[in-house]
Design a protein around this ligand. Structure first.
Ligand code: TA6
Length: 281
């Protein structure tokens, strides 16, 4: 095991692999500051990654943790889920401490971004691993002279042994938007199970979410992201997504810390941050 920070090439793309002294490791692409692997200390891979991903600048990677910014989904005129996942970020700081390893990537506006989103901004993504835990923090600063607003998400693809075995707890009683129909409901179930296409935005989801598999679990918390998105494309959509294997839906579940329903508003000079924490249990 190599402890530390390694600059590597991952499927042809520049990446950083961080490894904590306890053996926890994560790999982050410069493209999109996209986490493509997370293995907790002594554990197995906990993120789903499609090997049909293009792994090309300008195209989104399918799996891992896409950073959706400054637009969630199609809620605006930008490319779906924003442009941040399509471009290269700069690695600014990586280090290993006594019981953690961390890497930080930044993205600022440039001519191309200003053409489609006329704002001066600085975005930072910090990944920290320690033992059984992964922290992902997104920071946004408005560096311009006008107010800006954005939506976004840490679009985390969790790796599942078999998605039909999974029970998701912590969403009971929440209002949610069922994205395919555009209709809102209240969550009446105690455990959410995935047995069909599921694409929901749970509003103001303030409790932690527990993703239980028969043999292991993940506890997912967040700060400052108001919403939780749960997505599985199921069979028909999975087959229609070119960069996902036909049966890919069986082995993935997206549980996303998201700011969707109420865009984040930033006055000139103002900053915001949001964090998703995942603990392997
Ligand atoms: O977060 C769920 C979602 O918005 C779904 O509606 C689905 O389209 C998914 O994201 C994936 O989007 P992508 O652009 O990566 O294919």
């Amino acid at each position: 095991m190599t402890t530390g920070i390694e600059k590597i090439t991952f499927n042809g793309l520049p990446a950083v692999r961080i490894t904590a002294p306890d053996g926890a490791t994560a790999t982050i692409l410069n493209l999109g500051a996209h986490i493509v692997s997370w293995i907790p200390a002594g554990g197995d891979e906990r993120l789903y990654l499609s090997d049909k991903s293009a792994f090309k600048v300008g195209e989104a990677v399918r799996g891992g943790v896409p950073v959706c910014f400054p637009q969630f989904g199609g809620r605006g005129n930008l490319p779906k889920h924003g442009f941040a996942r399509l471009v290269e970020w700069t690695e600014t700081e990586s280090r290993v401490g006594k019981d953690f390893a961390t890497a930080t990537f930044t993205l600022t506006d440039d001519e191309a971004s200003r053409k489609i989103w006329p704002h001066a901004f600085a975005v930072e993504l910090t990944v920290l691993i320690s033992g059984q835990r992964l922290d992902i923090e997104l920071g946004v600063k408005n560096q311009g002279e006008n107010a800006l607003s954005f939506t976004g998400a840490l679009h985390t693809y969790l790796r599942m042994r078999e998605v039909e075995e999974v029970k998701i707890e912590g969403l009971h009683g929440l209002r949610y938007l069922d994205a395919p129909t555009g209709v809102e409901h209240d969550e009446t179930g105690v455990d959410l199970t995935i047995e069909a296409e599921t694409d929901r935005v749970y509003f103001d989801a303030n409790r932690p979410v527990l993703v239980r598999e028969p043999h292991r679990s993940l506890g997912i918390g967040k700060e400052n992201f108001a919403d939780v998105v749960v997505w599985n494309p199921w069979e028909k959509n999975s087959a229609a997504i070119a960069d996902l294997p036909d049966n890919g839906f069986r082995y993935m579940l997206c549980v996303e810390a998201a700011a969707v329903n109420k865009p984040v508003e930033l006055a000139p000079g103002a900053e915001w941050w949001g964090r998703q924490t995942i603990a392997a249990l």
